[in-house]
Design a protein around this ligand. Structure first.
Ligand code: ADE
Length: 255
């Protein structure tokens, strides 16, 4: 694996989504740039740069571009949480993006809705090979590690079953979706939509423009409805951070 990822850029929006990974890195060095800390080191043998983007598309795009231009990463993986866009997804499920779209991109009537002006496309595909590997890491984690990664108490508190891994479309926008009506409208606009978040499609566009392979993985933290803000931070702290750690470990160590 490591020979195929010469230098991995690992982004999360929030500290809790990357908890444990920086502590696990060996021979670390930190550089402060554009109000962010970029931490270098070996993560289970892979040359890695870890960074927190903060929330939103601009923050994510600036972080991805800096990783590519200044820190010469060859691949980017974004880990974090998302709201469920469809009823088939439960809190605690894992979504791996095949493609991403910016649901708040709208320059009509100049260009079709959702299309990124002058790029001529609305959807950005993730790298097939990296996404296959990430999906395998997530499935192995779900089957073999997830139960042991979470305490009985947390499993009960969040009413978690074993995570199921879904693969498909993720939509991003500068909006925390917390109304059923809004979530339903987005689902109607993109019928195959699985999850809603605030960064992935921005990273996807930057990686497309620079020709850098990328993948995005999200744990469902809420149902993007009126309940969404409750326990959001606690879910990241107690559950999503452990899922991200376990999945990245499997990604870095798989054959
Ligand atoms: N990330 C996690 N939950 C979200 C939601 N409901 N809307 C946007 N981003 C999210």
């Amino acid at each position: 694996m490591s020979s195929q990822i010469p230098r991995l850029g690992l982004i999360s929006a929030l500290h809790q989504e990357q908890a444990g990974l920086i502590e696990t890195m060996q021979a670390t060095e930190k550089t402060h740039r554009g109000m962010r800390d970029y931490t270098f080191g070996k993560l289970w043998g892979i040359d890695t740069v870890c960074v927190l983007s903060r929330m939103g598309k601009v923050a994510a795009a600036a972080t991805a571009a800096t990783l590519i231009e200044r820190f010469a990463v060859t691949h980017i993986v974004f880990t974090g949480v998302a709201g469920a866009a469809g009823d088939e997804l439960r809190v605690g499920d894992i979504v791996v993006a095949d493609a991403l779209v910016q649901h708040d991109m709208n320059t009509t009537p100049l260009f079709p809705q959702y299309e990124v002006p002058l790029l001529g496309q609305s959807h950005f595909s993730s790298d097939k090979n990296l996404t296959d590997r990430l999906a395998r890491a997530a499935s192995d984690f779900a089957a073999l590690d997830a139960q042991g990664a979470i305490s009985e108490q947390d499993r009960e508190n969040f009413r978690l079953g074993l995570p199921r891994v879904h693969r498909g479309l993720i939509a991003s926008g500068d909006e925390f979706v917390h109304r059923q009506e809004r979530r339903d409208a987005l689902k109607a606009a993109f019928p195959s939509l699985l999850a809603l978040e605030m960064e992935g499609a921005a990273v996807a566009q930057v990686c497309f423009e620079f020709g850098v392979p990328f993948a995005v993985i999200r744990t469902i933290s809420d149902s993007a409805n009126e309940e969404a803000p409750h326990d959001f931070m606690q879910f990241i702290d107690r559950i999503a951070s452990r899922y991200a750690f376990g999945i990245v470990k499997r990604l870095c160590t798989q054959a």
